[in-house]
Design a protein around this ligand. Structure first.
Ligand code: HAM
Length: 420
């Protein structure tokens, strides 16, 4: 019998929680600082909600099962369908635009590679009910703020931005009909993950001709927004929108983090406009976060037409990036006073001291039994910031010394005597 965690699933031992909490705290602080409200939802969804368009990567990655009543259910692979379901449910009473965030555990039966597990946590930042680029800018601004709060230097990553609307305009310029665009997007998203030949084959399967496949693939060589603009034409709405987004990002003071990259298409079929993905500059890892505009998702699940934009930011890649930058262990040790005692006779005084320190707001690790001084200080130094060790003399004197384990400085603490 193998009782280890299933492949791709993660256990978090206390030492792992330090980094996880650092990431979650940064996510919450960044989202709240930008006025996003937190929501949450069930991890299990109906399979119908999660059913995917053919060709999407997550299509084959869903953990699906039947419950005891034979209902088809699944563990969520991402949060966006759930968000759309929740918004559609209260569409009549919600105040739009709404800015919501959540930290959601998601499950995908993925091929395990660097930065990809079968279960991960994802910060989701979404704005529903706004069609202007201020929506994109606001989620991106919060994501950059989260990166900074986590401790990733700006120089370590860039966010690559493009637009499916732009790619649609470019495909139309090649004479490729709109009905082929969705299939072309999902195929072109595989660039870098699959050989060109296979990608062109995928497009051929979608019904594109030989010449169209080649030309569509060549679009991925466009190296600047100006070059794309020259093909799309002077009145391109998609180019104007991208330029406007870059201008707003300039006003946010984060423009340097962003580059135009026509090859960012995204693998989920619901995106309709601007799309983006953040990558480490060394190109070691898969995307750190990704998202875009999805203006039609609500209607596809029965809601009223509502524009939306958002992103998902996973905990795995950013954690590995921090480790590779040597920045994973920089968190300051949180305040913790270890309180120990030499003999059972000092337990009452130690317990009273711990209670009084706790009620004054300190975190206290009260030892559960008497310990020798050496054993107490050696274990206290592993986790605590301060230590107090009581012997009979301390109790008799009604005071003890609290040691700062970093500076070795000592301060006196008063002991209250147990009632006799
Ligand atoms: P996604 O690009 O599939 O987008 O995932 C977003 C992020 O989640 C990725 O950039 C990565 O950080 C993390 N992630 C995804 N799969 C895994 C995995 N197997 N292991 C570790 N981390 C992973 C979405 O999920 C969209 N729903 C995001 C969104 C929100 N779009 C609009 N709103």
């Amino acid at each position: 019998m193998d009782f280890s965690a299933p492949r791709g699933m993660r256990d978090f031992f206390p030492e792992d929680m330090v980094l996880r909490n650092r990431i979650f705290d940064a996510w919450r602080a960044a989202a709240s600082a930008s006025g996003f409200e937190q929501y949450d939802a069930c991890v299990v969804e109906s399979l119908d909600l999660l059913k995917r368009k053919a060709g999407e990567e997550v299509e084959n990655q869903v953990y699906a099962f039947k419950d005891k009543s034979g209902r088809d259910l699944a563990l969520r692979a991402e949060m966006t369908p759930t968000l759309a379901r929740m918004v559609a449910e209260r569409q009549g009473s919600l105040q739009f635009p709404l800015k919501w965030f959540c930290i959601a555990q998601c499950f995908r039966y993925e091929r395990m590679t660097k930065g990809r597990k079968r279960e991960h946590y994802q910060l989701n930042l979404d704005i529903v009910g706004e069609d202007g680029v201020s929506g994109e800018a606001e989620v991106l601004c919060a994501a950059v703020s989260a990166m900074r709060r986590i401790g990733v230097p700006d120089s370590a990553y860039r966010v690559r931005v493009s637009s499916r609307a732009l790619l649609s305009e470019l495909l139309a310029r090649l004479g490729i009909e709109e009905k082929f665009h969705a299939g072309a997007f999902l195929a072109l998203d595989k660039k870098g993950k699959m050989p060109r030949e296979d990608i062109e084959n995928l497009m051929r399967e979608e019904g594109l001709g030989e010449d169209a496949c080649r030309k569509a693939f060549d679009l991925m060589d466009i190296s600047s927004l100006d070059e794309a603009a020259a093909i799309a034409g002077p009145d391109s709405p998609a180019v104007a929108r991208l330029r406007e987004l870059f201008a707003v990002l300039e006003d946010c003071g984060i423009r340097d983090q962003f580059v135009f990259d026509v090859s960012v298409v995204r693998g989920l079929s619901y995106y309709t406009g601007i799309v983006f993905e953040a990558f480490d500059v060394k190109g070691e890892f898969r995307a750190i976060f990704g998202g875009g505009r999805y203006d039609n998702l609500l209607t596809t699940i029965g809601g009223r037409p509502t524009p939306a934009v958002g992103l998902g930011f996973g905990d795995v890649v950013v954690g590995e990036l921090l480790k590779s930058l040597g920045l994973a262990d920089t968190a300051a040790r949180p305040d913790l006073v270890a309180v120990g005692y030499m003999q059972p006779e000092q337990r009452a005084a130690a317990t009273r001291l711990a209670a009084s320190l706790r009620s004054s707001g300190r975190n206290v690790d009260l030892r559960l039994r008497a310990q020798k001084a050496k054993a107490f200080f050696s274990s206290a130094s592993q986790r605590a910031t301060h230590a107090v060790y009581l012997g009979p003399d301390d109790v008799a004197a009604g005071r003890a010394r609290m040691k700062d384990l970093a500076t070795r400085e000592e301060t006196e603490v008063a002991l209250s005597c147990p009632p006799t």
